[in-house]
Design a protein around this ligand. Sequence first.
Ligand code: FMN
Length: 144
Amino acid sequence: MPSILIIYNTKTGNTELMAKAVEEGARSVQDVDVILKYHANPKELQHVDAIIIGVPTYNHRMTIDIQNLLEKTAKSNIILKDKTVAVFGSYGWSGEAPKQVLEILTNKFQMKSIASPILANYKPDEKILAECRRLGRIVAEHIR
Ligand SMILES: Cc1cc2nc3c(=O)[nH]c(=O)nc-3n(C[C@H](O)[C@H](O)[C@H](O)COP(=O)(O)O)c2cc1C
């Protein structure tokens, strides 16, 4: 069965709300395996068809957990080429992190992006949560 791994980091819960909405959207598509995780290791990335990363922006950058994951994945020579990727995250005023993650995954790892990053200014409102559900759904439909 095609599978999606949704990995997210959060400190105050805003990106987690988005992650749960992405998960809900992905689960609305039948015959796709959906895994939602806070921590993942590089090997887990290897065995899925799509990876969706949720990352808030702190100090103009991604969280250390996601940075470590990307660095360890690069060191382990894990191939992610042509897998589907999408990103989202909460931010306060600059919101660089999801774009940084997407840039690395599409350039360094040659993953295929199928949607623009979804950004929530602090707590996601119902409109953003609906966009997150849609993101999960379109990624799931894409890999099915
Ligand atoms: C110490 C600190 C640094 C932050 N730095 C940034 C920043 O550089 N750019 C930005 O857009 N938001 C910044 N924020 C705001 C967070 O991104 C925002 O609170 C976001 O909702 C946190 O998401 P989370 O609840 O998923 O952790 C910062 C917040 C804190 C507490």
